[in-house]
Design a binder for this molecule. Sequence first.
Ligand code: GDP
Ligand code: MG
Length: 162
Amino acid sequence: TIPLVALIGRPNVGKSTLFNRLTRRRDALVDPSPGVTRDRHYAKIDWEGHAFSLVDTGGIEEDDGLGGHIREQALVAVEEADIIFFLLDGREGLTPGDLEIAGLLRRSQKPVFPVVNKIDDADLENELLPPFWELGVDKVWPLSADHGYGFAELMSALLPLL
Ligand code: GDP
Ligand code: MG
């Protein structure tokens, strides 16, 4: 079976934008079974000859107003994932919700890539990345899911795990 990469993070950090960037590729197959997974979207992607599955989630938030439904979907995604892209919002900075998710991901003992999104260029990287060093991880990846900044570097780091 091929590895499953899960996009995890609070709502609005850019998970679906990254999912779309990856699935816009000609070799991405978006899973056509929406009924089964209302809040989890799957795609199969071939990246430089290495296949992986990708799952997008509604996002983890303590009180999602749906009886924790969206949160539950995200936790299922963590459970089934082999590799996790933990998305954070560079424009908002590190939030208590992020720290909660970080703890949860640490306990999962799976490879986690902390990705600080909405970093659209190098100037913004210098300005917005430092607060995220407080996560206490070895590396934090700057990304613009929207514009592509940092995307090639992130995907190059994923490749050896595929
Ligand atoms: P999700 O809830 O985590 O799936 O977040 P979305 O992908 O729906 O994005 C939430 C908002 O952030 C949207 O308005 C996006 O246009 C915006 N956004 C996503 N990625 C970027 C980015 O790289 N740069 C900027 N400036 N905005 C972004
Ligand atoms: Mg989304």
